[in-house]
Design a protein around this ligand. Sequence first.
Ligand SMILES: [Zn+2]
Length: 65
Amino acid sequence: MSKAHRGRTLKQETPGSGRGQCPICKRSGIKLLFEMEVDEKKLVLCKQCNAAVKAGKYKEVIAAL
Ligand SMILES: [Zn+2]
């Protein structure tokens, strides 16, 4: 399980190299690499939002999803 978020592993195992629209920042074409579960909902976030959520931000945004 090395480098699960980049390179060959990512291209082989995720269609579109894991790209899509982040549910929080709404950026499209960004790599969605970080899964998290909130209230039994599964969210897949981009790197920046994952870090921000861990730092305690976006609580209201997530609650509204
Ligand atoms: Zn994001």
